[in-house]
Write a protein that binds this ligand. Structure first.
Ligand SMILES: NC(=O)c1ccc[n+]([C@@H]2O[C@H](COP(=O)([O-])OP(=O)(O)OC[C@H]3O[C@@H](n4cnc5c(N)ncnc54)[C@H](OP(=O)(O)O)[C@@H]3O)[C@@H](O)[C@H]2O)c1
Length: 269
């Protein structure tokens, strides 16, 4: 009897999986730690030195939808918060399907997409291929602010001229697929003044970026506006419908905790 009661309590005790890799996830991790919520933080393991979290942390993929479903069950997870980057569509899609299969409620914590302002010279494109096509055909000096994935798409080809690229990455990359490229190693958030200076120093003529949202990564867009530079902005990939939250407070309320949160999600990587 006592054992049964104990195991029932253990099964229903709240235990949260937080899928991370963004500033929002780190903000939420602080709020969860302050509220003493039993939670596990998960990193994909893409960066050499990820930001330390005040929660127990695991690193690496789960093994697709089935792997995540099994992990949720073994770990007795009661709620999942997906605070991955808006372009981490595979992880977000897996979370939707795995949570449905395991019967675990899911909430996505995501900042709104950026919207154009007066003075912006944006060309919005659907995906990476659209950005490559938008750059051709004349050679340009491009700030390619898309991280290290998808760089190969911008290698010189019949469709893509030999542009010069400026890359800003968290970790150095060996064997860049771009013959004419300069790499700046830096981790956000960034400032408008800093990014304006960067664009000017490198004689940048075009900016290519993902519509990540948030303010920490928005400095380059404001800098481009101030300099009158054209921006090729890649739209967010589609993710299956799921419940959404835009602030730490909303997430904490969904988890049944009110007050004492770490503030709105305004910055972002
Ligand atoms: N994509 C971007 O532009 C971008 C920008 C900034 C930060 N990030 C962060 O970098 C990480 C990887 O992004 P991505 O675009 O490569 O993801 P993705 O393409 O959506 O995911 C690919 C695979 O990586 C694993 N994975 C991704 N996020 C994970 C997490 N938080 N915990 C455990 N496994 C994870 C999963 O492997 P399994 O299938 O094996 O489970 C997933 O299927 C994410 O955490 C994201 O928040 C991405």
């Amino acid at each position: 009897m006592m054992d049964n009661q104990g195991s029932d309590i253990a099964r229903t005790a709240p235990r949260v999986l937080l899928l991370g890799g963004t500033t929002e996830a780190s903000q939420l991790a602080r709020a969860l730690a302050e509220a003493e919520v039993d939670a596990v933080f998960s990193y994909a393991g893409r960066t050499a030195a990820p930001v330390a979290q005040p929660l127990p942390t695991r690193v690496g993929g789960f093994g697709g939808v089935a792997g995540l479903r099994d992990w949720l069950q073994v770990q007795r997870i009661t709620q999942v918060v997906d605070a991955t980057h808006p372009f981490a569509a595979q992880m977000s899609s897996n979370a939707v399907h795995a949570c449905a299969a395991a019967g675990v409620p899911l909430l996505a914590f995501e900042r709104p997409a950026w919207q154009p302002q007066a003075g912006d010279r944006w060309q919005c494109v659907a995906d990476i291929d659209g950005a490559v096509a938008a750059l051709a055909p004349t050679p340009a000096r491009v700030f390619l602010a898309i991280g290290r994935q998808n760089l190969l798409s911008f290698a010189p080809s019949a469709q893509c001229a030999s542009h010069h690229y400026l890359l800003r990455l968290v970790d150095a990359v060996a064997d860049l697929p771009l013959p004419s490229a300069q790499v700046v190693i830096a981790r956000g958030p960034f400032t408008v003044e800093g990014d304006r200076a960067l664009l000017q120093q490198h004689g940048i003529t075009h900016l290519v970026a993902k519509n990540a949202g948030g303010s920490g990564a928005a400095a380059k867009l404001e800098a481009a506006r101030l300099l009158g530079l054209p921006v090729i902005l890649i739209d967010r990939p589609a993710v299956p419908a799921r419940r959404m939250a835009a602030t730490v407070e909303q997430v904490m309320a969904w988890l049944g905790h009110h007050g004492g949160a770490a503030g709105n999600a305004e910055r972002g990587v």
